[in-house]
Structure formats: C-alpha cells, structure tokens
Ligand binder design. Structure first.
Ligand code: KMH
Ligand code: ZN
Length: 308
C-alpha cells in the first residue's frame, strides 16, 4: 500500500455562505470540520478564516487564534495557513496570520493571475449576506496579485521561521516561476507543488493539462526533488484527485475547492469528501499518509515548532 497525503482545505474564500450551508464560517465550525477531516484521513488541513457574523473572508489573526489552538490540541494534523487570503485583501493582510503563528506550512501562490468566480452569480437569485453579490460579481475585475517581489518577500519572511510551502501552481508558467526561485536559492528541495486546475483564470481542468503540468515539473525540477499534489475546482475535484493518485501524486479535497460530493449534489461536510477520497485511494491500493508520514515526506519542522 503506498502512502498518499490527503490535504483538506476547509473553507477558503472562493465560496460564499449562500452557495452551501455546509461551508464552515465560524471559528467553532472551522475547528470542528478540520478535526473531523483529520479523523477521516487528512494529514494536512489548509485554513482560511472568516468573520463569524457575516462569513466574509478575513486575514485577522485574532480570528485564526480562535480555532488554530483547538485544531492543534485535538489532532496531529499539519496546519497549513493560507497566504492567499481573498481578493479583498492586501498582501500584508494576507500574511498577518502566517507571520504571527509561524505554522509548519503555508500556501504560496506562484504568480499573479485573474481569479474569477463571477459566473456563479447567474445561478444565485437570493443573497444571504449583503457583501456577497459585489464580492462575486466584481471578481471579473480582480487581479490576484503575486508578483516576484511578493513571492520573494513571503519566502524570505516565512522561510526564516522554518515554514514550508504548498506552492500553488495554477498554470504552467507558475512552474517556471517556481524554478526561478529554486535558481535563486529561495526554495530548496524537497518542496511541495500543488497543481491547481479549473479556476477561471488558471489552466483548464483537462487531463491533458495534468499530464503536461506533471511532465513540465519533472523536466524543470527532476522527479526526486519535489512532492506534488493536485486539486481541481468544483465538479472536477474527484476525477482529478483520482487521476493524480493513479499517477503517484498526492491529493487535496475540501469545501474551499468544491462544494460537491458528486455532480449536482452538495457535500454535507469536508470529512465526507475526505472519506470519499480515502475510499477511491483504497481501491487503488493506496492509504492515507499519517501526519507523521507527511512531515517526513515534506521535511516539515514539527507541530511543536510553531507559535500556535
Ligand atoms: N483556493 C485554492 C484554489 C491559497 O489559499 O493561498 C487555492 C488556495 C490559495 O488555497
Ligand atoms: Zn486556500
């Protein structure tokens, strides 16, 4: 049985409360969902925060502080804090929780891009929160900023704390950006590449593109210098998770990336998606890596060396 790291991205910033009642909004619900996802087999939990009263994405470290210690006490899962935040945040806002808590892992978005969710607006007639409609509709004019200077700053400021990165690559050019930082010595093997498919503004969710991204990464980095994972948005989540596992990759699921458990059926929880991933992996002769195994594979500093 080979070991596959399951990451679970619990709430994110792409989805809004109106889209699903299962989306965790409060610190208590984020903690509960993360713990259940870890118990279901997720070795890494990837975390964003939201304003409890409105569900709006926030980078406020004081809100992260209301769930991070709970997750740490109740699971051995690797805590991965976003530096991507949401479209409404400055780069500084996006970094404030990661710099305060110095987690074992953070996401690191490997290039600026359009990052759009506005097509979802045509499927929504009633909005639960007054911030939601503009947040969704105005994403047609949003540039997700990740300049080379931003990326270098994040690598240097968080790298000193021993934080390792989930390098989020939404397109093939982002792999070349990562190679640039390898050449500069700001990224060192073993590193962790998260290949992302199906975001409007990034590479499309076609299997040819998964093969292309993996071949490009192998050519740029050398097969043995990195661990790689795949996440795909929405209806593509489970097919791409399955294909990634067939190719020897790790996988990411969670309500941040897809609200569904199967086409046109909303997931009831993050754990439900982790359990489905676990079943699919088992059919292929894989089992979920434990947090300790994930730490060994990724060269992480250990849960006792954070400020959580
Ligand atoms: N929302 C995912 C597609 C981040 O948090 O830094 C990518 C992500 C970005 O998780
Ligand atoms: Zn995220």
């Amino acid at each position: 049985m080979s070991k596959v790291i399951i990451s679970c991205a619990v709430t994110g910033a792409m989805h809004i409360p109106t889209m699903s009642d299962a989306l965790p909004l409060t610190p208590e619900h984020i903690a509960e969902e993360s713990i259940a996802a870890a118990e279901a087999g997720a070795a890494i939990v990837h975390l964003h925060a939201r304003v409890p009263e409105t569900g709006a994405p926030t980078g406020d470290p004081d809100i992260f502080a209301r769930f991070l210690p709970v997750i740490k006490q109740r699971t051995d899962a690797v805590i991965n804090i976003t530096t991507g935040g949401s479209p409404a945040m400055t780069v500084q806002d996006r970094l404030s929780a990661a710099t305060r808590f110095k987690p074992e892992m953070c996401s690191l978005n490997m290039g600026s891009m359009n990052f759009a969710i506005f097509p979802a607006a045509r499927r929504i007639s009633e909005w639960k929160q007054d911030w939601e409609r503009d947040y969704v509709v105005n994403s047609d004019d949003f540039i997700f900023r990740n300049t080379f200077r931003d990326i270098a700053y994040i690598l240097q400021s968080l790298g000193e704390a021993g934080t390792k990165f989930e390098h989020e690559c939404y397109d093939v050019g982002h792999l070349y950006n990562l190679a640039h930082f390898l050449d500069r010595g700001l990224v060192k093997p073993p590193f962790f590449v998260q290949m992302i498919f199906g975001i409007l503004g990034g590479i499309g969710a076609d299997l040819d593109n998964l093969m292309f991204m993996k071949q490009t990464a192998d050519r740029l980095f050398g097969k043995d210098s990195f661990q790689w994972s795949v996440l795909a948005a929405g209806r593509h989540q489970m097919p791409f998770m399955t294909q990634a596992a067939l190719m020897g990759g790790h996988v990411r699921v969670g309500l941040e990336d897809s609200l569904f458990i199967e086409p046109r059926k909303l997931a009831t929880s993050n754990a439900q998606q982790v359990e489905k991933a676990r079943r699919i992996l088992a059919e292929m002769g894989h089992e979920p890596a434990t947090p300790a195994e994930a730490r060994a594979m990724l060269g992480l500093k250990g849960g006792d060396r954070t400020a959580i």
